[in-house]
Design a binder for this molecule. Sequence first.
Ligand code: BG6
Length: 456
Amino acid sequence: MSELRKNFFWGNSTSSMQTEGAWDEGGKGKSVYDIRPATAEVSDWKNGIDEYHRYKEDFDLMKEMGMNFFRFQISWSRVQPDGEGKFNEEGIQFYSEFINELLKRKITPMICLYHFDMPLALSEKYNGFLSRKVSDLFVKFGIEMVKRFGDRVKYWITFNEQNLYNQLGASTFAGNKNVPEDINVVYQIAHNVMMAHAQIANYIHAHTDCEIGGMLAYTEVYPATARPRDIQVAREIQEFSNNNLLDVFAQGHYSKAVLKHIENYQINAGIKNGDFNILSQCHSDYMCFSYYRSTVVNSEKIPENCSVDDYLKYGGEANPYVKKTPNYGWEIDSLGFRDILNKIYHQYQIPVFPIENGIGVQEKYYGKEIQDDYRINYMRAHIQALKDAVEKDGVDVLGYLGWGLIDIPSSAGDMRKRYGVVYVNRTNHDLKDMKRIPKKSFYWLKSAIGSNGKDL
Ligand code: BG6
């Protein structure tokens, strides 16, 4: 049995629009998030957890927990307000100091270059990643960031959860508007995004000592029964949602099954001469993914002649064998996590790196430490599953990052849904003092990290 690596990465993971705030400070341009209004249910995106002003305090908390790794995002519109043309030196200086403060605390940084917050100008002018022009502009932005920070930041990812661009709803993440989304649009967005990923990865490998990997939102999909069609459908979803991208990240080509599908359905994926040659040079130093839950697919609910792109829209159903999170009903399934670590590693033999995991729960602070035993149980089970993958299954795992371990608004902008081991004192409509208050899980995680995963 082997143990976790000595230099195992323990840390936190966030996006800029969910943390930074300061939406109109320091020369930042607007992103598509900055114009989303608050509603009765959610906050606007103007304040986050005020990380822009409080990052040193938050890094101190990470340090106190023993964390040695932090994946954060560079907001494109902060460093290049219009997404093209002039870079904003004040924004670049902000991230430069941010990185220095991490390094000072011996916390290794990982930069993510895009987390759905398209510069508004590019959304309005070119329709986001539906346009190859925006894909090319993103490559310029990405390469500039590597040139500016590659001396101090070794670990990079391009797109958060890149497989979200391969399914209906892709437009939301790609920052394109005013275009009815059909299957051609989805495939074009996905391909433009992949071309940008590949060019930045190829640049990094050709010109630097930095490392880069692709990143997916990996939901384990189980067949509802042993019915052969259920198993076939689950396999197809896996092939289209995950393997198709992992194949490019690791081996430089799309899945043959997906290429056949494009041909059979006469999908216009916007593939140009020379694209496959660029993709063929792509490879990854690690395979990153987020994991929160598993799901089930029942083929009997899927209409005949339904394309694989729509399977989960019809075929998803509840799993009676796993518990679900309160309020949100997300399946809690640590064995699914172990399975994914195994699948990716044994298929590609490249180190795997789960960089988002956690449980989102509604919590309120009443002046006493929040007793979040449910979060401790969730993390314990998932870290144990990861250890089993390493120690029993021989998987090479680089680290384990929790999502939003200092509370942040959810992906919908809802401050009620919290993932943190540290409470942040604000609500959707009242910013209060944003005080950081450790929960019970803070001390549990500190001990788990301090023992390199032995004390769970
Ligand atoms: C990931 C996203 O999919 O899940 C994050 O990268 C998001 O932006 C996280 O916050 C958790 O999802 P949610 O909807 O509970 O915030």
